[in-house]
Design a protein around this ligand. Structure first.
Ligand SMILES: [Zn+2]
Length: 308
């Protein structure tokens, strides 16, 4: 269990187990330990039958180690995740946002979109750090999902897109240090009307605390056991794995500024993927909710405890 150096948060660490194998011994054990479980069974036809057994418990359970030890015998790898409490959302001042993934940027063969959309002078294809956007994203089709005011792509998690209504609201409400551009429909080369990439101009100072996140260096035989070919030219830059437990811990002071939407200077991801985090203030989150602008999910940022 990772001890969190934060206070004033109520998030819980969940271990979630999922198995497709029917096992009476496991069911008996869960009954004995009084762990609630859910069984889903579906028959598609005479031969295709689906069985799912699902259960979870939290690290703050006083019996956590007893439960984990008992269940570990069945060799089901748990998904470990952070479940935020309503209080974390109410107390949160900044929130990491995610706009979903609905299409691949074009051209989607051999990562052709990189060349089409970025200046790659300082780009490293091993770690994915260093690309600088200098042209519009190219989309395969007009964006569907009409209820989404916010919209995102596969691979390019940094890019957030908005519909006309959201652009109008953000401008009218005076949200600072942002600008907009139209993505392009790949086959026609025409800008997509009423649909915009939301560019976030503010990059925060360094402030991520990596106590619960692995640091990945772009070097030979790195922390992920990648880059084993000695002829590779590694750039030496670093990124972090997304923390699974304990949340994203930042230095509070780096958020002092007049921007309500910002990006981390740090990159996050694994192997050949690296992206900055996009982070909004409570004020902007409230605005998005008041206007019922759909399509973003929010994860509260946690702060470092002040030393006394
Ligand atoms: Zn690199």
């Amino acid at each position: 269990m990772v001890k969190s150096p934060t206070n004033n948060h109520y998030m819980r660490i969940q271990h979630r187990y999922l198995t497709f194998d029917r096992n009476e011994k496991l069911v008996k054990l869960l009954d004995k330990l009084a762990i609630a479980y859910k069984v889903t069974e579906k028959s598609y036809d005479a031969t295709t039958h689906l069985y799912i057994l699902e259960f979870h418990f939290f690290e703050d359970n006083p019996r956590f180690f007893e439960l984990k030890q008992a269940v570990d015998k069945f060799k089901i790898e748990p998904q470990i995740g952070t479940i935020y409490d309503k209080t974390d959302y109410n107390n949160g001042e900044w929130f990491i946002v995610n706009a979903g993934e609905y299409q691949y940027p074009q051209p989607d063969d051999d990562s052709g979109y990189l060349k089409a959309t970025f200046n790659l002078e300082h780009y490293c294809h091993l770690c994915d750090i260093g690309k600088v956007q200098n042209a519009p994203y190219r989309l395969k089709t007009l964006p569907k999902q009409p209820n989404n005011q916010f919209w995102g792509l596969h691979w390019a998690f940094d890019a957030i897109f908005v519909r006309q209504e959201t652009k109008n609201i953000l401008e009218r409400e005076g949200v600072k240090n942002i600008h907009f551009s139209n993505p392009v429909l790949h086959k026609t080369n025409n800008p997509i009307e009423g649909f915009y990439q939301l560019h976030i101009d503010t990059i925060l100072k360094k402030g991520f605390d990596n106590y619960n996140a692995k640091t990945i260096t772009c070097k030979l035989n790195n922390e992920e056991n990648l880059n084993t070919d000695r002829s590779l030219k590694c750039c030496g830059r670093i990124k972090f794995h997304h923390p699974q437990i304990g949340g994203y811990l930042f230095e509070k002071s780096i958020f002092d500024g007049d921007s309500d939407i910002v990006q981390s200077v740090e990159y996050f991801g694994s192997s050949g993927s690296a992206n900055r985090l996009q982070i909004v203030s409570k004020k902007l989150k409230d605005l998005i909710e008041i206007y019922k602008l759909k399509g973003l999910s929010f994860t509260p940022v946690v702060y470092k405890r002040l030393e006394r």
